[in-house]
Design a protein around this ligand. Sequence first.
Ligand SMILES: Cc1cc2nc3c(=O)[nH]c(=O)nc-3n(C[C@H](O)[C@H](O)[C@H](O)COP(=O)(O)OP(=O)(O)OC[C@H]3O[C@@H](n4cnc5c(N)ncnc54)[C@H](O)[C@@H]3O)c2cc1C
Length: 408
Amino acid sequence: MVNHLCVEELTTEESRMYRSLARQFTEGLIFPVRQQIDDDKDHHKIVDPIVKQIMRDFGLANIMLDEESPIRSMVNGCAMLEEIARGDSGIAVALGCAAWCLVPIWYEPYKRPDLMKEFEAIYKEAELPLGCFAMTEPEGGCDIENPKMEGRKIRTRARLDGDEWVINGVKQWPTNSGASCLYCTVCTTDPDLGDEGIAVIYVPYPIKGVSFGKFENKAGMAADTNCTIYYDDVRVPKRYRAAGPGDDANLLHLTLVMGSIGSAIMSVGTAQNIFEIVTDYTTKRVVAGKPIKEHSVNACALADMAIGIETARTYILNVAYMFDRPETYGARWSEEMLAKSRIAKVYAADVSIMVANKAMEMMGSYGYTRDADVEKHWRDNKMMQQWLGGPQVGRLDIARHFCSLETL
Ligand SMILES: Cc1cc2nc3c(=O)[nH]c(=O)nc-3n(C[C@H](O)[C@H](O)[C@H](O)COP(=O)(O)OP(=O)(O)OC[C@H]3O[C@@H](n4cnc5c(N)ncnc54)[C@H](O)[C@@H]3O)c2cc1C
């Protein structure tokens, strides 16, 4: 059954169709194999075929690259991401970042149909049609995301040489690193220029000068590949810069807003799945003469989960609805939109962690096993709280807008 989760105005016929389709392939392709994903070290047996199937057969790559793509509606994107994360948030983030990589050239006034056309060919020819948004660096991720730092901590340099950008630097951790055919790379032309120096530049792969470190061994998010990317005198055409001085800073903030909304709804997806699992378990298992959920202490814990999931989802869709209507709610990269997207991300991540913890408690030792699937979400959820600046930087962005916080 597909839940019609919100008031009519926040969802549309179209978004309900995308939710339904995403649920179909999540239950058909991801659920049956998700317990094996942690052991699929090279990704080739399980993860890559699923990604290819969803991107190619289901047509997600075409939807992302289509000029009139319905997925550019954040409400539609949320419908799909929530359902995929219900199955596996590692696969959800891998697919989500294939789209995230293109976000800087999706929307007015920075739309770039010329680049979309060029990149469509790259995605079509690639063995694995994935994209990567490469922002974090070894010296730090939070400072690059922090709007108050105005790009002064970016160390990846872009220098114009005739009609080409020459890029030198190192990126660390990005989703789909080492597996993508396109890298949207956050650079600076000069860190002293602050926001004016930020340059968002596309780098197709393979290309001379780009190399990768080993894949990171993480606690969870096994379906996502993360490694260090080295840029050594990498040359790309001048037109591969998304916009220009000052505008690229807006685009960086836009990607943070969109990434935060996407991360938030993924947290809801995992929480929803845990809630389904724990409700089923506590209905069937009897302790002290009645089902676990009939004991008021556990009924209240289940209620807390429902409160968290429902309020998070509704708030996220509210922010996604605003994101889809800049003519009414202002620029997608505004401080207000960043603060609201951060509320969504911070709150939903906290909810999903609470839900996983409480579910494990109610499921006893079984909850701690791989068979139950809760421990998998438990490991993945922590990362959704930590990435994109983590809970601290998220809260600072919120306080900046709502309490005029001055601190960096
Ligand atoms: C699975 C996975 C997927 C990822 N995907 C991507 C991706 O697609 N693209 C990408 O670019 N990166 C990605 N990352 C990187 C991730 O977003 C960063 O690691 C994260 O934002 C934090 O950066 P950092 O690790 O450098 O921490 P640091 O910047 O070193 O910060 C460490 C901690 O310091 C504290 N802190 C930082 N700044 C402040 C402050 N101003 N005030 C108070 N406390 C502060 C916070 O507690 C923070 O968590 C991913 C990482 C993982 C593991």
